[in-house]
Design a protein around this ligand. Structure first.
Ligand code: FES
Ligand code: FE2
Length: 440
């Protein structure tokens, strides 16, 4: 189904009923809720652990700190990737302290125990001093499930959770045309923020905030409600197709002159924007045609596999519980909030931007302006509020976090009142309710 031929905002093919549970404030502020999530939610979902491209050779590793825990993912001799809890079986010291690296032996800094990349103990001090004999070859790091999809590595703590590809459904299939496998993470931005992780999850599950929080997008993304398509899947994930290369229908741009920056976008594809004054909505179709004709000669070979919709529109995928993948034809934004280890009113926000390799391209324009086209060209962690940008649009989203957290702490807040277009928020919280009750 395409955006053009839809009859309603919710895809009849991908819609889910909701119950109407009240979304109360306690889930954003209380330690009890945080503990329920730690017990019943986080161990039962797949987590994006990092980039496969950092794991080229046996012994290459990446680390993902999550809440109070930490996981390492290590490339194996047979090419597979294994994940281990980042804790020493001797007396619990955290093993790997860096973000990523290479080592033939994972070595604990406390008493020097050494493990091969497959997690097996290979060397200890005084091996004869153990009641059962030399523990080497017997003691192993605690292993978790690990799998890969596209350019990413994922881990999961629970054996009963569905296999990764099923868990991610329908996105592996729906995103296959973009050819994400060899896309490169160019921006790797994160920050500590003073609000609960779900505040930004809710924000990404609605587009109701676009006219107020992101007014600049209205000239090249059509955030009009009648043309935005929402999808809700049985897996608990949601998506939204928003028409791109077209101004919003909330304001009458369509019968006026082509607004900036849509005019420049059109020119970049050899289209004269003045030909579209008075019918600016038609530029989208012209860009599709131009991309088909000019894309391959400009190095965009993946266009050949993409649908018209994928060539120009924004596919905003919100995966339960905390991962967002925003697809545009030439950029994948990974946006995620993770819980603070101990404080329910804080979180860690991450924003990665991935781009397809394009012949001859040495730099690109992304949310931080022009940057070199290379892995982690900008990689930094900051404290939100210190003036370090997480990307222009992400900064706008984060700007509401602290005040919403404050408002949710008010005795006057009685629970959310949601319009129909925020049904994805309702669904998210109902699924969360089921998880924290231990019903999932
Ligand atoms: S705690 Fe790791 S070697 Fe002792
Ligand atoms: Fe936003």
């Amino acid at each position: 189904m395409t955006v053009e031929d839809k009859k309603s905002r919710y895809s009849p093919e991908f819609d889910v009923d909701v119950r109407g549970d009240t979304i109360t404030a306690d889930r954003y502020i209380s330690r009890e809720w945080m503990e329920l999530e730690n017990k019943h939610l986080w161990p039962k979902v797949w987590h994006l652990g990092g980039m496969l491209s950092e794991l080229e050779e046996e012994g290459d590793f990446i680390r993902h700190n999550f809440g109070k825990d930490s996981v390492i993912m290590v490339r194996q001799a047979d090419g597979s990737v294994k994940a281990f809890y980042n804790t020493c079986p001797h007396r619990g010291n955290r093993l790997v302290l860096g973000e990523a690296g290479h080592t033939p032996r994972i070595t604990c800094g406390y008493h020097g125990w050494q493990f091969t990349p497959d997690g097996v103990l290979a060397k200890v001090q005084d091996p004869d001093d153990f009641a059962g004999g030399d523990p080497c070859g017997k003691v192993k790091l605690a292993e978790l499930r690990c799998d890969t999809w596209g350019p990413f590595v994922f881990w999961c703590m629970d054996e009963d959770v569905a296999p990764l590809k099923d868990w991610l459904a329908p996105f592996p299939e729906r995103l296959a045309n973009y050819g994400l496998e060899n896309w490169v993470r160019v921006l790797n931005l994160s920050c500590d923020a003073d609000f609960n992780w779900k505040i930004i999850r809710d924000n990404f599950n609605e587009s109701y905030h676009l006219p107020t929080i992101h007014p600049e997008l209205a000239t090249f993304i059509n955030d009009g409600l009648p043309t935005t398509l929402f999808e809700m899947y049985p897996t608990g994930h949601n998506a939204m197709w928003m028409i791109g290369h077209q101004a919003t229908t909330r304001v009458d741009y369509h019968s006026a002159e082509v607004p900036a920056p849509l005019d420049d976008i059109a020119r970049a594809w050899g289209i004269n924007p003045e030909d579209y004054n008075g019918h600016t909505g038609d530029i989208r179709a012209a860009v599709i045609k131009a991309k088909r004709e000019l894309g391959p000669s400009r190095g965009y070979h993946m266009y050949a596999n993409m649908t018209d919709q994928q060539l120009v529109d924004y596919f905003h995928c919100t995966l339960f519980p905390n991962l967002t993948l925003t697809m545009s034809p030439e950029q994948l934004q990974v946006l995620r909030t993770e819980p603070h280890p101990t404080d329910p009113e804080k979180c860690i926000f991450q924003h990665w931007c991935l781009y397809p390799p394009v012949e001859g391209q040495t730099e690109l324009v992304g949310p931080l302006g022009t940057v070199p086209f290379k892995f982690d060209a900008v990689a930094r962690h900051s404290k939100y509020g210190d003036g370090v940008s997480l990307g222009f649009v992400a900064d706008q989203d984060l700007s509401i976090g602290t005040t919403q957290q404050q408002g949710l702490n008010s005795r006057g807040f009685k629970g959310c009142v949601l319009p129909g277009q925020e049904k994805r928020i309702q669904r998210f919280h109902e699924l969360l309710n089921d998880y924290v009750k231990g019903e999932k």
